[in-house]
Write a protein that binds this ligand. Structure first.
Ligand code: SAM
Length: 186
């Protein structure tokens, strides 16, 4: 079991990624957690795209956390829904974490749209890989055509188990291919 930020920061650093995108920033718990971990290793991202339309006040960000994000020169805040925000991202990007709208059609669109701007050997990932509640497991498996890598989210250890998923992305002969392992070391 691992927290979202441990999971994401580990994948970023172990793959030497420099561009990262989080769909659904909310109160920035994960965003600031990732920054703290990267800082502790002296690891610097070139660009962190944070996306959230903030339409629902339940998820709104507090001024303190907002200020902490604004102080980061490599943080690009896109206060838009994911369909709109993608137009402001410079492709290709190394990694995307999907934790935005929990509507299954939007999850499908986020995977399909954002996979197109991930570089070969980059990673697509997300939260709520379950088939109960708002779970996305069937949707993710159907689109990826594989069962991705999974790890359990530590924050939910006392409630219903919740999982994060990730897979490598490749663009081959005009198609997007997802793999559990890197292809040929790339
Ligand atoms: C579960 S919260 C994100 C939690 C955050 N990633 C964390 O770990 O602390 C979901 C967020 O997705 C946002 N959201 C909803 N629809 C969205 C969309 N179409 N595009 C991007 N974000 C969206 C909501 O406003 C909310 O803040």
């Amino acid at each position: 079991m691992i927290s979202k930020w441990d999971f994401l920061a580990t994948l970023i650093m172990s793959n030497k990624f420099t561009t990262f995108c989080e769909i659904g920033v909310s109160k920035a718990a994960t965003t600031l957690g990732i920054y703290a971990l990267l800082d502790s290793y002296g690891y610097q991202l070139f660009c962190y795209y944070g996306i959230d339309p903030y339409k629902d006040t339940y998820y709104s960000i507090e001024p303190k956390q907002l200020g902490m994000l604004r102080a980061r020169s490599n943080f690009k805040f896109l206060i838009l829904n994911s369909d709109e925000a993608i137009k402001y991202i410079n492709p290709p990007i190394d990694m995307v974490f999907i934790d935005g709208s929990h509507d299954l059609a939007q999850v499908r669109d986020d995977i399909n749209n954002y996979s197109q701007i991930i570089r070969d050997g980059g990673i697509i990932s997300g939260h709520d890989y379950n088939d109960s509640g708002v779970g996305w497991k069937s949707t993710v498996d159907f689109i990826l055509k594989i069962e991705p890598n999974v790890v359990q989210d530590k924050r939910d250890e006392n409630g219903k188990p919740n999982f994060m998923w990730w897979a490598y992305v490749y663009h081959i002969d005009g198609k997007i291919i997802y793999t559990k392992e890197k292809l040929n070391g790339n």
